[in-house]
Design a protein around this ligand. Structure first.
Ligand code: FES
Length: 155
């Protein structure tokens, strides 16, 4: 390959890199730089850790009072898009009932972030999947506690 061809290829690669940066919304930059609720929770009512097919992991912590999510937090080792998705996710989840939290869709997160690049749309799916697993963890623990209570009341 000649120097000229080499330079053209490098310029094309740089142009792709610039284009992909142009695809990042201001909301993604802000949320990833200053995420809300990126923390653990020692007294969570529900918790989950999920690793997506890309290898990134997210943890979601929920605190509930009955059916209502009173606090939500997340941790991730993922990219800036995953951090931004976790940040939006916790804000969307707080204050909702379990039923209405179940209605949170990856598209809601994408919309709040002003869109995600095609290759990072799965970050929103990872966030929602981890939230649902944390809700399931809470429901499972609550049912187990109710069954134990019924057992001791009935016996
Ligand atoms: Fe895989 Fe963000 S790159 S979850």
């Amino acid at each position: 390959m000649s120097d000229e061809e080499d330079n053209e290829e490098t310029a094309a690669a740089n142009s792709d890199a610039i284009l992909s940066w142009e695809n990042i919304s201001i909301a993604v930059l802000e949320e990833s730089q200053s995420p809300s609720d990126m923390r653990s929770m020692t007294d969570a009512s529900g918790w989950s850790r999920f690793t997506g097919p890309c290898g990134d992991t997210m943890e979601v912590y929920l605190k509930l009072a009955g059916e209502k999510i009173t606090d939500a937090a997340f941790l991730t080792n993922g990219c800036m898009f995953t951090i931004a998705c976790g940040s939006v996710l916790t804000r969307l989840a707080k204050g909702r009932t379990l039923e209405t939290a179940l209605a949170i869709k990856p598209g809601d997160i994408e919309q709040a972030l002003g869109g995600l690049p095609e290759e990072h749309r799965h970050c929103a799916r990872l966030a929602v999947a981890t939230l649902r697993m944390a809700m399931r963890d809470y429901i499972t623990k609550r049912l187990a506690a109710e069954n134990i209570r019924k057992f001791y009341i009935l016996n």
